[in-house]
Design a protein around this ligand. Sequence first.
Ligand code: BGC
Length: 299
Amino acid sequence: MSPFCHRCCIASTIRTIDLAFSKQDSLSPLAMTASNPYALETLSNLLKGKVIIVTGGNSGIGKSIVETVARLGARVVIDYRSHPEATEALEQEIGELGGTCFGVQADVGKLEDLQRLVQEAVNRYGRLDVMVNNAGIETRTSILDTTPDDYDKVLNVNLRGVFFATQYAAKQMIAQGGGGRIINISSVHEDWPMPNNTPYCCAKGGVRMLTRTAALELAPHGITLVNVGPGAVATPINDSTMNNPELLAKLNAAIPLGRMAQPEEIASVVGFLASDAAGYITATTIFADGGIMQSSPGL
Ligand code: BGC
């Protein structure tokens, strides 16, 4: 079993919350104030009532985000492109936990699909509070090898899809009123070069500026935008590295924390960012990278 089994992590989080409950005397007066919306006892309902779309939600980081926000009380729309059976299994898992979700097959590379995705969320749950643009692909090709087709595929999903998902979500949020939040799962490579992954870096660099610029335009509507910048995460996108012991050892050695992240370690950041507790964060990126962007040979 993985040392970061999701179920165990959540179970231990819930146990921690229970423990905090039973030790209320030792909590600070602030945490115990009934009117404090961030008091410990409200944590398990952090996202209660919020409607959240997660693109690419049936695998990798996206799946973990779906599980986390559902457990925090959100009603979740699981966007996916392929593997309906994985979505069905996830719907069932969340249903058994008492959560609320449903899957929508929609390709973020197709604008009509993106529009339908937002519409289906609204048809089912009446509104949209948080759009998590998570779906992403990479070709791991250099500037010399990238074909026009590689380039189009990566930029289409990772930048054009995020751009228009942001536009459609923001229009819905403005129409319904009350603000909203867009969370883009970017990468350390929005700012940090990754040789031999040039189209991906171009797309993520674009998402960096999309978030900063659109956040300024949408601030008057109460809509905040924030990127989450993961480093190397143990998900299928990194299978080629994880299946190559030499490469994996090299990667781990480059990460100050000495290991890749588990998807839950990115999902927990998204859970916080989707909540009202993060209402003052906009136009920026939160990196969760084990320190890799700051690593130095110490010369
Ligand atoms: C990329 C991975 C890479 C990681 C760390 C991610 O954004 O998808 O391929 O291993 O960044 O460099």
